[in-house]
Design a protein around this ligand. Structure first.
Ligand code: IFM
Length: 459
């Protein structure tokens, strides 16, 4: 078919999920509680009172889900490992049944001809570690590396691609600054310590993974493409602050071994001389990576705004002094997110421009859209908006590659409808519909489209 974007041979097509969003079985086989169990069971924090207790019941239905992946024809499946299944108390005894589950999943994938790609931390921190300070304290980073060593020691011979953290911005700032994610802390600038310890945890985990000899190690960041609301110098300065506080806080230490140059200006004296930073941290954090994972969904338009201590929305980072405004003239997904695929190209080209040869090959580890899907009388889900979203973002990706950005893979988010964090089950990102009452899986039109697109590459 002519309207499929085409990709070079060897380009990896995949689909992604995360443990707490799909597995369920939260009390089975020795799994300990995570911060998301606690958060979702706290009344009023998650829409509709939804929790991940059952989710997509993937823990029991993984063979069926792997069959869906095989039928889809993907090269790779990105999943995450639930730390509290492996080390239920965050430190101390390892739970063999937890390791067994992922071992069976990996074997099932390999038997289906699918390469596993494992994320070590997609937000389900063992609650016991949060009780000891969570990411506010350095010990959590050390426990993370121990857990990474255990998992890679067990699965490293069969899992070629490893991702240390997924979207640490969300863990640090949604989790510890504004409380919209677990653990629900509203500590404003206090989140800077969490951000730093996540970076240290990444560095320690890279070292632990390398020691086991795994093939590829990377980290996944959700990077924003920030645009100014107007051309005014103040709005353009707001973009600089947004870039710093959302992107550079991660990319500068990881890719360039330095802290963002503009942080003094944006965060003031609060960041300097913080005792959570230690000599040698930057070397640890900036160890070479085999790839950088990029999650991209939408652009962000920002305007200058006063800092308001009393407004949690204004405290996302530390002293952000910018506000998000709607992008005019574009469609919005069910999340209210602007659909503007050209900004995906611009984001990737901007990364290349800033980091040049220091930018490792990229994998797009998530991209997709939540839509208000409906089941048609014929039982199908004709999600044409999602098909258009995927087609246009893959085309935008190809444009960036043609312009010289080295991208090796693309994972659609998500294989299944799932627990969308504070939004609960109301937001559906899957290319396969999940009927939560029956756990029935129905591949949507987007699944069939993605399957044909992958097949077209191989002709
Ligand atoms: O569902 C999430 C995922 O867990 C992390 N990246 C963004 C997705 C959509 O919000």
């Amino acid at each position: 078919m002519t309207d499929f974007p085409s990709f070079p041979p060897g380009f990896v097509f995949g689909a992604a999920t995360a443990s707490y969003q799909i597995e369920g079985a939260v009390q089975e086989d020795g799994r300990g509680p995570s911060i998301w169990d606690t958060y979702s069971h706290t009344p009023g924090l998650v829409a509709n009172g939804d929790t991940g207790d059952v989710a997509c019941d993937h823990y029991h239905r993984y063979p069926q889900d792997v069959a869906l992946l095989r039928e889809l024809g993907v090269d790779s499946y990105r999943f995450s490992i639930a730390w509290p299944r492996i080390v239920p108390e965050g430190t101390g005894p390892v739970n063999p049944k937890g390791l067994d589950f992922y071992s069976r999943l990996v074997d099932e994938l390999l038997a289906a001809g699918i390469e596993p790609a494992a994320t070590l931390y997609h937000w389900d921190l063992p609650q016991a570690l949060e009780d000891g300070g969570g990411w506010r304290v350095r010990e959590t980073a050390e426990r993370f590396a121990e857990y990474a060593a255990v998992v890679a020691g067990h699965l490293g011979d069969r899992v070629p691609r490893w991702i240390t953290l997924n979207e640490p911005w969300c863990s640090a700032f949604l989790g510890y600054s504004v409380g919209r994610h677990a653990p629900g802390a509203r500590e404003g600038r206090g989140a800077l310590a969490a951000a730093h310890h996540l970076l240290v945890g990444h560095g320690l985990a890279v070292r632990a993974l390398r020691a086991t000899g795994v093939r590829e190690v990377g980290v996944t960041l959700n990077l924003d493409h920030n645009l100014p609301a107007t051309d005014s110098p103040t709005d353009r300065a707001a973009v600089t602050r947004a870039d710093t506080q959302h992107n550079l806080v991660w990319t500068e230490p990881i890719l360039a071994g330095r802290y963002p140059a503009t942080e003094e200006e944006t965060w003031g004296e609060l960041i300097t001389g913080q005792d959570f930073r230690r000599d040698g941290d930057l070397e640890l954090i900036s160890q070479p990576l085999d790839f950088l994972g990029v999650n991209y969904y939408r652009p962000t338009v920002v305007a200058d705004a006063p800092y308001r201590e009393s407004d949690p929305a204004q405290r996302v980072a530390t002293d952000n002094r910018y506000a998000e405004v709607p992008m005019p003239g574009v469609r919005r997904t069910a999340m209210g997110w602007a659909v503007a695929p050209h900004t995906f190209t611009a984001l990737l080209m901007g990364l290349k421009e800033r980091y040049g040869d220091a930018l490792p090959p990229l994998h797009i580890t998530e991209n997709g859209s939540a839509e208000d899907d409906e089941v048609s009388p014929d039982g199908a889900v004709h999600d044409s908006d999602r098909v258009a979203y995927l087609r246009d973002h893959l085309t935008a990706l190809r444009t960036a590659m043609d312009a010289g950005v080295d991208v090796r893979g693309y994972y659609v988010w998500s294989l299944l409808d799932n627990f969308e964090w504070a939004f609960g089950y109301g937001k559906r990102f899957g290319i396969v519909r999940v009927d939560y009452a029956t756990q029935r899986r129905t591949p949507k039109d987007s699944y069939h489209w993605y399957r044909s697109m992958i097949a077209a590459q191989r002709r």
